[in-house]
Design a protein around this ligand. Structure first.
Ligand SMILES: NC(=O)C1=CN([C@@H]2O[C@H](COP(=O)(O)OP(=O)(O)OC[C@H]3O[C@@H](n4cnc5c(N)ncnc54)[C@H](O)[C@@H]3O)[C@@H](O)[C@H]2O)C=CC1
Ligand SMILES: CC(C)CC(=O)C(=O)O
Ligand SMILES: [Mg+2]
Length: 360
C-alpha cells in the first residue's frame, strides 16, 4: 500500500528545512515504506503563482493526501497586502480549517544533549517532556464577526473568541486520551476568571473528566501558566488549551528545549489524516543563509510516521538519529554553544540522514 504525502515548503526558511526533512522521508522509502511524494504551493508562494495563499490545486492535493509536510508561511513582502484573505498565513489557516485539523500536538521535549542550550538552568529542565494539546480550528483565530470598521469617527478592530461545547469536547477527548497514555495528569489552561467562552471551556473539561477517572484534571489561568512554564515546567505533563493560548504557550515552551527550531507538531482530524510542521514561522531574518535548524521539521516527519502512517519503529529511528547527531556535538547556530560544532542547515540534515541510515 502506498500512502500519499504532500510536501508544501512555503516561504522563507520553509524550502530549506523541508528539503532536509524530505531526505529523511526518501530514506524511509528506501527501507520499504510505501509512500509517494508530491509538491504543492502554499502561503506567499501560492499567492505569487496563483494569486491565492491556498490555491485550489493545493487544497485538492491536500484533501487527497494521507499526510502533509509543511515548512512555514509568511514574510514581510506580504505583510502590506490590504486584503487579509490574500496573506500567506491565511493559506495555512485555510488548510487547517478545510481539512478539519482541530487536534494540534506540540511536544516540548528536551534532548538531554541540549540542556545547556535551554533558556532555563539544566536542573529546572532536565527530563522535560510536555505535550501541549492545542485546539486548532476554532477560537479567536476563526471567530466571526471580525474586522476593522469605522465607529463614532474612529476605526475599531475586533475579533471574536468563540467555542462551542462540541468543539471543546472533541479537543478535550484528545487531551484526556493523551494524558491517559502518559502520566495521567492533564492541566487545562484558560482565562475563566474573565472570559465566558473559557468558563464554558472549563465546565466542559470538568464534565469530561467523569469519563476519565484515571486522569487527574487541574485548571490554570493562562497568565499563571506562562509564568509556571518558565518557573517550574516539569510540573506539567499534558496541557490542553485553545487556539491562541496554545500558539503563545508553545513558543514559550520551545525555548525550554533549546530553540523554537526543536519543536515539531502534528495537526490531526478525526479520520487520522494529519499535517506535520515545525511550530516556528518562516524566519525571514535568517532565510537563505543556511542558519535554520531543520530538526523541528525532521522530528515532524517522525510524528507523521507515528500518528498517521502507524510506523512507530521508523519514528523512533529518526528520533534516535537526531539524538546521535546531537551526541556528536553538531549544532545549528540557534542551539550552538562553546564546545559544540556549528553546522549549516544542510550539514545538519545530512548528518541526521547518515545517522538514520546507520541505525537499525
Ligand atoms: N506555521 C507557520 O507557518 C508560521 C508562520 N509565521 C509567519 O512567519 C513570519 C515570521 O514570524 P516571526 O514572528 O518572526 O516568527 P518565526 O518563528 O518565523 O521566527 C522567530 C525567531 O525564531 C527564529 N527561528 C525560527 N525558526 C527557526 C529555525 N528553524 N532555526 C533557527 N531559528 C529559527 C527566527 O530566526 C526568529 O528570530 C511571519 O510572516 C509570521 O506570520 C509565524 C509562525 C508560524
Ligand atoms: C499563522 C499562525 C497562526 C501560525 C502560528 O503561529 C502557529 O500555528 O504556531
Ligand atoms: Mg505560532
Amino acid at each position: 500500500m502506498s500512502r500519499k504525502i504532500l510536501v508544501l515548503p512555503g516561504d522563507g526558511i520553509g524550502p530549506e528545512i523541508t528539503a532536509e526533512a524530505v531526505k529523511i522521508l526518501n530514506a524511509c522509502r528506501d527501507t520499504g515504506l510505501g509512500i509517494t511524494l508530491e509538491d504543492g504551493l502554499v502561503g506567499g508562494a501560492g499567492y505569487e503563482a496563483f494569486g491565492e495563499p491556498l490555491p485550489a490545486e493545493t487544497l485538492d492535493k491536500a484533501k487527497a493526501a494521507d499526510a502533509i509536510l509543511l515548512g512555514a508561511v509568511g514574510g514581510p513582502q506580504w505583510d502590506k497586502l490590504e486584503d487579509i484573505s490574500k496573506r500567506p498565513e491565511k493559506g495555512l489557516l485555510g488548510l487547517r480549517k478545510n481539512l478539519n485539523l482541530f487536534g494540534n500536538l506540540r511536544p516540548a521535549l528536551l534532548y538531554p544533549q541540549l540542556a545547556e542550550a535551554s533558556s532555563l538552568k539544566p536542573d529546572v529542565v532536565s527530563g522535560l517532556d510536555i505535550m501541549i494539546v492545542r485546539e486548532l480550528t476554532g477560537g479567536i483565530y476563526f471567530g466571526q464577526p471580525r474586522g476593522i470598521e469605522e465607529r463614532d469617527g474612529q476605526r475599531v478592530g475586533f475579533n471574536t473568541y468563540v467555542y462551542s461545547e462540541s468543539e471543546i469536547e472533541r479537543i478535550g477527548r484528545v487531551a484526556f486520551e493523551m494524558a491517559k497514555k502518559r502520566s495521567g495528569r492533564l492541566c487545562s489552561v484558560d482565562k475563566a476568571n474573565v472570559l465566558e467562552v473559557t468558563m464554558l471551556w472549563r465546565e466542559v473539561m470538568e464534565r469530561l473528566s467523569a469519563d476519565y477517572p484515571d486522569v487527574e484534571l487541574s485548571h490554570m489561568y493562562v497568565d499563571n501558566a506562562a509564568m509556571q512554564l518558565v518557573r517550574a515546567p516539569k510540573q506539567f505533563d499534558v496541557i490542553v488549551t485553545g487556539n491562541m493560548f496554545g500558539d503563545i504557550l508553545s513558543d514559550a515552551a520551545a525555548m525550554l528545549t533549546g530553540s523554537i527550531g526543536m519543536l515539531p507538531s502534528a495537526s490531526l482530524n478525526e479520520s487520522g489524516q494529519g499535517m506535520y510542521e515545525p511550530c516556528h514561522g518562516s524566519a525571514p531574518d535568517i532565510a537563505g543563509k543556511g542558519l535554520a535548524n531543520p530538526l523541528a521539521t525532521i522530528l515532524s516527519v517522525a510524528m507523521m510516521l507515528r500518528y498517521t502512517l502507524n510506523e512507530s519503529a521508523l519514528a523512533e529511528r529518526i528520533e534516535r538519529a537526531v539524538g546521535s547527531v546531537l551526541d556528536e556535538g553538531l549544532r545549528t547556530a540557534d542551539i550552538a554553544y562553546e564546545g559544540t560544532r556549528k553546522v549549516t542547515t544542510t550539514e545538519m540534515g545530512d548528518a541526521v540522514l547518515e545517522a538514520f541510515r546507520a541505525q537499525r
